[in-house]
Design a protein around this ligand. Structure first.
Ligand SMILES: Cc1ncc(COP(=O)(O)O)c(C=O)c1O
Length: 380
């Protein structure tokens, strides 16, 4: 018997493939987006303490109260908007779950969802499973959104737009013009927004993160999603959250309740206490990663790669046109095997990849790893 797949074009993600190849080949792994260093020792201790204190049974479906309060406090402090921790904040099992629940809260069969390519790989399967259809709008060659083109993609079926800043894979960051662009798009219909802000604290060179929670009239139609994994160097914990107005949160929770119901109790308690004890951790994260970006790009200056330093996230794009004309996917595999440095080909983030020669490298790595990788890259 064969199953008729609901996701016929989905295979194993490139992140899994490249990380496995890097491990098999003994290559430096700058492919998948996770740190090769540990989270803060106190945070790890707090998980053990929570477990020994007996905090091991089901927590509330919405997330434990102190963590929801911590999230609401952070949103108020950073973005100036008061959100209700009871009815407008939900803790989820990673941002991935939050994105999935938000899509399923809104999208019905036949609805259209605007996404911008290159686009994070979990968006489209979530939309497809909800019976919706993604309309892919390409970003410009410098990874900005062409809002004129985005507006032209709106039809009477457009129900949702999914946005991501700071942006994976490009490292581009929204400006106030993008907020105006989004506002102009939302004026065209009854359209909701999923804002993927998992890299909200990782912006560089004095930029400010344009969270949609800053703009009450936009947030009124938005699910704003973030991830503790990125902020506390613990991507494997899979703890994230969604902040959305009450009415949207009500629908969101109906889905969340039956997707995971909740997220491991000791992790939630540890994060709530750490957020309270070390509020400076997320405030300092941008500077922490900016130093890594600076180290990496400075070491790469003598190389044959072309690049502009990433504006946010922990990814750096490198254009290899001066080295080879190979397809990025084949090249990423070849360099993992031969040069022993693994990266991610960005053509896979598009439905119709443009002609460009770009690989994505993750710099959430120890300085020694970055030095070692840069030395190899400079020889290519
Ligand atoms: C843009 C983007 N969104 C969502 C996620 C998923 O976050 P989480 O691990 O919390 O599910 C990632 C992880 O790499 C990401 O880069």
């Amino acid at each position: 018997m064969t199953i008729q797949s609901k996701l016929p074009t989905v295979g194993t993600t490139i992140f899994t493939i490249m990380s496995k190849l890097a491990a098999d080949e003994g290559a430096i792994n700058l492919s998948q987006g996770y740190p090769d260093f540990n989270g803060p020792p106190r945070l790890l201790e707090l998980v053990t303490e929570s477990m020994h204190a007996g905090l091991n049974q089901y927590p509330p479906m919405t997330g434990i109260e102190p963590l929801r309060e911590g999230i609401a406090g952070k949103v108020a402090e950073l973005y100036g908007t008061v959100v209700d921790p009871v009815d407008e904040v939900t803790v989820t099992s990673g941002a991935t779950e939050a994105l999935f629940c938000a899509v399923h809260a809104i999208v019905r069969p036949g609805d259209e969802v605007i996404v911008f390519d290159p686009c994070y790989d979990s968006y489209e399967p979530a939309v497809t499973l909800a019976g919706g259809h993604c309309v892919h709008v390409p970003m410009t060659s410098d990874f900005a959104i062409d809002w004129q083109r985005a507006r032209e993609a709106v039809t009477s079926k457009t129900r949702l737009v999914m946005v991501n800043s700071p942006h994976n894979p490009s490292g581009s960051v929204w400006t106030r013009d993008d907020i105006d662009g989004l506002r102009s798009l939302l004026a065209l219909g009854d359209i909701y927004v999923v804002a993927d802000e998992v890299y909200e604290h990782i912006v560089f060179d004095g930029r400010a993160h344009e969270s949609l929670t800053r703009y009450p009239e936009i947030w009124a139609k938005s699910f704003v999603v973030s991830s503790f994994g990125k902020t506390y160097h613990v991507t494997g914990w899979k703890v994230g959250y969604a902040v959305a107005p009450r009415e949207l949160t009500r629908e969101f929770r109906k889905v969340h309740q039956f997707v995971t119901f909740t997220t491991p109790t000791p992790l939630q308690h540890a994060l709530a206490r750490f957020l309270d004890e070390y509020p400076d951790h997320h405030r300092e994260l941008g500077a922490f990663y900016q130093a890594k970006r600076d180290l990496f790009v400075d070491l790469l200056r003598p190389s044959r790669f072309a690049f502009s330093p990433s504006a946010g996230t922990f990814f750096q794009l490198l254009d290899f046109s001066a080295i080879t004309n190979e397809e990025d996917e084949a090249l990423a595999r070849r360099w993992t095997k031969e040069a022993k440095v693994a990266s991610i080909p960005i053509s896979l983030f598009y439905v119709e990849p443009p002609k460009q020669n770009i690989l994505r490298f993750c710099f959430a790595k120890d300085d020694a790893t970055l030095r070692q990788a840069a030395e190899v890259l400079c020889q290519l």
